[in-house]
Ligand binder design. Structure first.
Ligand code: PMV
Length: 330
């Protein structure tokens, strides 16, 4: 009863921000993303009859029982145990090859890999849509990392959340884009995405007007992806990102994820675009800036971003594959 799976993080081009049900982790609106190859989480789940509680090892270190991260994993494993016909405790060993909890969406790849490994080790064989809905329970963005390339998260309308899952739009081979992650600080972020979302939806007058734009943005982004229209995709992606952050900043107290380098990067990307480079940015619940360009523009984009003092690292990713099993022995 053991399985190992990997998954890649994804970056939303139409943002997910806001929950309509916190227990089932149901989103207020849909979202749309690109799964990023080159960065990955690998997770092994082993159900054991010789342990008396779940054990979670993250990047080589055992998580303290009672810590928030431990609790999130154990609650998720319990969901899988409820669906299967065994009650063994699990040893979960997971490792990221990129910084954890720094706005690089390690929760997306983490819960996608965990959903696949935990169900496979338990002998459960779920359809992609079921796996995506399950991954959503761990982290909303994880629902999208089940698929490679571009994926759309559906809001769904059922109370039980069974129709709130992601679906594929186009595979990783569809469009040879690059995403350069400009890392502006190291370390963990101050306000988790859940905390930021809840504060925004509870107190920001801009939240509902922004959420009302999401469905239209998904249609526009999907059309742009299908037509490989870079300019159109960039326009909707920057609009969605800035609208999400504006709504968060207007919360009480304001939720601000940016640092001075984040803002400098925004202006630099826009200037580069005026100068003729095909490039756009997006930013998640952290200070890093993700810069998209066609593959042929990569070296020009790197040199523009590399000149900015506050940028500590540039991580280049390309469209990646969906979550997959490395090994299973259920
Ligand atoms: O999956 P969560 O709960 O960490 O939320 C992700 C929120 C954003 O990254 C800011 C946007 C998104 O759609 O991924």
């Amino acid at each position: 009863m053991e399985a190992t799976a990997f998954a890649h993080p994804n970056i939303a081009l139409v943002k997910y921000w806001g929950k309509r049900d916190t227990d089932l982790n149901l989103p207020v609106a849909g979202s749309l993303s690109l799964t990023l190859g080159g960065l990955s989480t690998t997770t092994r789940v082993r159900y054991r009859d010789d342990i008396s509680r779940d054990i979670v090892i993250l990047d080589g270190k055992e998580l303290r029982q009672g810590s928030r991260a431990y609790q999130r994993v154990v609650e998720f494993v319990q969901l899988v145990r409820n669906e299967s016909n065994h009650d063994y405790f699990a040893e979960v060993e997971t490792a990221n090859d990129f910084p954890t909890a720094a706005g690089l969406a390690s929760s997306a790849s983490g819960f996608a890999a965990l959903a696949l490994a935990a169900t496979s080790a338990a002998g459960l064989h779920l359809l992609d849509e079921q796996l995506s809905a399950l991954a959503r329970r761990g982290s909303g963005s994880a629902a999208r990392s089940i698929y490679g390339g571009f994926a759309e998260m559906r809001r769904g309308s059922r109370k039980d959340g069974h129709d709130a899952f992601a679906v594929p739009i186009a595979g990783p081979e569809h469009w040879d884009l690059r995403c350069v992650v400009a890392v502006t600080t190291q370390g963990e972020k101050d306000i988790s995405s859940t905390e930021g979302m809840l504060r925004t939806q509870e107190s920001s007058p801009l939240f509902t007007p922004w959420a009302d734009t999401v469905a239209g943005d998904i249609v526009e982004a999907t059309d742009a992806i299908k037509a490989r229209d870079f300019q159109a995709l960039g326009r909707v992606a920057e609009r969605s990102c800035l609208g999400m952050h504006a709504s968060a900043m207007a919360a009480d107290p304001g939720v601000i994820y940016w640092n001075p380098t984040t803002l400098e990067l925004i202006h630099r990307v826009r200037r580069a675009r005026r100068d003729g480079l095909q490039v756009f940015f997006t930013i998640d619940a952290g200070p890093h800036v993700k810069v998209f360009c066609p593959a042929r523009e990569l070296s020009a984009v790197r040199s523009v971003l590399g000149q900015i003092g506050g940028v500590s690292d540039l991580i280049v990713a390309r469209p990646g594959e969906g979550a997959a099993l490395v090994a299973a022995d259920a």
